[in-house]
Ligand binder design. Structure first.
Ligand code: SAM
Length: 439
């Protein structure tokens, strides 16, 4: 937006049409807010270097569209009982319109900042807060921003940003992973899954194992839901009223919301400090994510999933071992048994599943641990058991799950072994499931 001179231009509809003015105002605010969630500098509607005060003062008018949008969004409102401040674990309530106006004045004047110390340059339209309003969280388009680093706090409490490793993963997904390619696939899916009917069928077969472990109830937590990239993932929440999608990528949540609509609750949050009450969900899943968390906090993420699941409920985690004995043996044997070569050419191993990754792909932080960590920090503390999600790595699938008879035969052998020995295949294969039944 420009200054007064520009506003007097002939044809500037903002002078003549209050409705159009408000719509363009909202569009700019939303672009700014989305940028803030990605961790960038908000474009908002403030001129660079300007004080912005005249713009902020528009929020004080009781006639603005923004005030009407301060109404509690529906799904967030229906699930308010389970939401908690991720920093203090206090219950949260919606700010009134007067409180939002006051918070916006504070943001504009720098009396309230993002907890990472940066200025929040985008005004609030709706918000949740702790009882004394020490922590205020933006609610925007049915997404509650319950990420500690994005809490709006007094300057003296602005002490903590997102850890560097988490920032790398968040940027990967906001700026690349959940961006769609021209063919409609997400970059993440294109880079880390293998095309081909045989492999896709095997993936659905593995995912069906997760579905069979879930029941029904009010809430299914999908911790690090991402964009819910596979069609069969939608079936996991069929028996639940609401799927609670938590992710720290705003792009992931926008995509998840496009798929689930008002059957989802969308929380911008961190798995290591879930913004949910103890025992508040019936079941929880976390698929292909905990190994993207720094190793020192992976146990915390598992503890958090167990904490928020109700007694009698179940947690299912899909993990990848740093090393798999079965895959080590197969690839050592491959060197000795020349005939195996006809199944396909080796591809470079990179990324969580050991996939080929083109050099243009930004690197993705991941730190998979081994069974000793599981035994010491997960099984011993939560009486978790191991089952197989997939015994074989993506490198194995690339080489052996080809089209044709040989590929189909390989899949059949792997499926049969996994079905006969699910615990051993989870222990020594590549991708285990951790199953925690809450006592
Ligand atoms: C590999 S994707 C998995 C997505 C989905 N669960 C699936 O199976 O396709 C990892 C997702 O975890 C999210 N993520 C990683 N670490 C997180 C954390 N500490 N808190 C919240 N989300 C996180 C990323 O933003 C990304 O959407």
């Amino acid at each position: 937006m420009n200054g007064g001179k520009a506003r007097n231009r002939t044809g500037d509809t903002r002078i003549f049409s209050p409705l159009l003015y408000q719509l363009s105002y909202l569009a700019m605010r939303e672009r700014g807010a989305a940028n803030e969630a990605r961790g960038g500098t908000s474009t908002g509607f403030l001129p660079p270097g300007g004080t912005g005060l005249p713009r902020w003062s528009r929020l004080d008018s009781p006639r603005t569209v923004l005030h009407r949008r301060a109404m509690p969004p529906s799904t967030v409102g229906r699930c308010l009982d389970v939401l908690r401040c991720p920093v203090t674990r206090e219950p949260l309530t919606f700010l009134s319109e007067d409180e939002i106006a006051a918070a916006n004045r504070d943001l504009a004047a720098g009396r309230r900042l993002l907890r990472d110390g940066s200025a929040a340059r985008t005004p609030l339209a709706g918000a949740l807060g702790t009882a004394g309003r020490a922590f205020i969280y933006r609610v925007e388009d049915e997404i509650a921003w319950l990420l500690p680093s994005l809490a709006l706090v007094r300057p003296e409490a602005a002490t903590a940003g997102l850890a560097a490793e988490k920032g790398l993963v968040k940027s990967f997904y906001d700026d690349f992973g959940w961006v769609k390619k021209a063919d409609g696939r997400f970059n993440d899916t294109a880079e880390f899954t293998i095309p081909g009917a045989v492999v896709q069928d095997y993936r659905r077969h593995c995912n069906a194992r997760i579905g069979r472990l879930l029941g029904g109830g009010r809430l299914l937590l999908d911790a690090a839901s991402g964009a819910i990239p596979h069609q069969e993932y939608l079936a996991f929440s069929a028996g639940y009223d609401i799927r609670v999608c938590v992710d720290f990528s705003i792009r992931a949540l926008n995509e998840a919301r496009a798929k689930l609509g008002d059957r989802g609750l969308y929380l911008l949050g961190d798995l290591t400090c879930l913004p949910l009450a103890d025992g508040s969900v019936d079941s929880a899943i976390s698929l292909h994510t905990i190994y993207h968390i720094p190793p020192g906090q992976q146990t915390t993420a598992v503890d958090e999933l167990a904490r928020v699941t109700r007694p009698g409920g179940r947690v299912v985690i899909v993990y990848v071992w740093g090393r798999s004995l079965a895959m080590d043996v197969v690839f050592k044997l491959r060197g000795w048994l020349g005939f195996v070569r006809r199944f396909g050419r080796p591809s470079p191993v990179a990324g969580p599943g050991g996939d080929a990754a083109a050099s243009s792909v930004p690197s993705l932080y991941f730190r998979p641990q081994n069974h000793d960590w599981f035994a010491r920090d997960v099984a011993a503390r939560h009486s978790a058991r191991l089952r197989v999600w997939s015994a074989v790595s993506t490198a194995f699938q690339t080489r052996f799950f080809t089209g044709g008879v040989a590929g189909r035969l390989s899949v059949a052998v792997v499926k049969a072994l996994e079905a006969a020995l699910p615990a051993l295949a989870g222990r020594f294969g590549q991708y285990p499931m951790f199953i925690i039944d809450k006592p």
